[in-house]
Design a binder for this molecule. Structure first.
Ligand code: SF4
Ligand code: SF4
Length: 219
């Protein structure tokens, strides 16, 4: 299977995390034929699976994306910028857009960053002709399983219960609140979440972070 990684304006944190980890890179190399990696090769080739990282910023990028990525059998939006056009909770200040406005996305992997294992899982599934299984539970699920201290219970504005997980609760693991970089978990009940908050929590900060989710939920 021919695989390519295409970076738009982003710093490519998910792609680089995968490529700068020798263990991950060996696994990637064993699984597929790596055809395109923009940092080492400028002229893209046709691929079966195209991972695209970064948001669309201009018409020229749309044209390039269609030309080089449009023919791939599977197009994977890699990271929150490619999926949403920006990384929550940052509001969209410029006119950046999700890549799905330009090419048909078959797999969306939000995250800032996406973990290398998640990328490898997608390739493994597509190789077998299966639909990739994207993590569907909230961040709190993995956070609680790992027995991290709950920051929300300490009064900090963590929105892990409203956020799509799969990141292994990276931020709470370091004592940092989840700010929702993976966007809203499906079926999230914003009203119920905010009703659970007490005066102990920083409700204003939480509501501010959740505003982005409301935008994403409304398309
Ligand atoms: S720290 Fe955040 S992610 Fe972890 S359990 Fe508490 S609210 Fe959920
Ligand atoms: S804990 Fe939240 S903000 Fe941090 S990486 Fe995971 S989803 Fe993103």
């Amino acid at each position: 299977m021919k695989v390519g990684f295409f970076l738009l304006e982003s710093d490519g944190c998910s792609t680089t995390a995968l490529f700068y980890n020798s263990e991950m890179f060996k696994k990637l190399d064993a699984m597929c034929s790596l055809e395109v990696f923009p940092m080492i090769q400028e002229e893209p080739k046709e691929v079966d699976v195209a991972f695209v990282e970064g948001a669309l910023m201009c018409e020229d990028q749309k044209r390039i994306l269609k030309k080089y990525v449009g023919k791939a059998k599977h197009i994977v939006a890699l990271g929150s910028e490619a999926c949403f056009g920006f990384v929550p909770p940052k509001q969209q200040k410029n006119k950046s857009q999700a890549i799905s406005v330009s090419v048909p996305v078959s797999v969306a992997l939000p995250g800032h960053p996406v973990l290398g294992e998640e990328i490898l899982d997608v390739i493994a599934c597509l190789k077998k002709g299966k639909t990739p299984l994207i993590y569907k539970k909230p961040v709190c699920y993995q956070c609680t399983l790992r027995e991290y201290d709950c920051l929300l219970m300490k009064g900090l504005p963590c929105i892990g219960s409203a956020t799509l997980g799969g990141c292994e609760a990276l931020c709470p693991a370091k004592g940092i609140v989840c700010t929702g970089c993976r966007g809203p978990v499906k079926g999230m009940n914003l009203k119920a979440f905010t009703q659970c908050l007490t005066e102990k929590e920083d409700i204003t900060a939480i509501e501010e972070a959740l505003k982005t989710f409301a935008v994403l939920n409304n398309g």
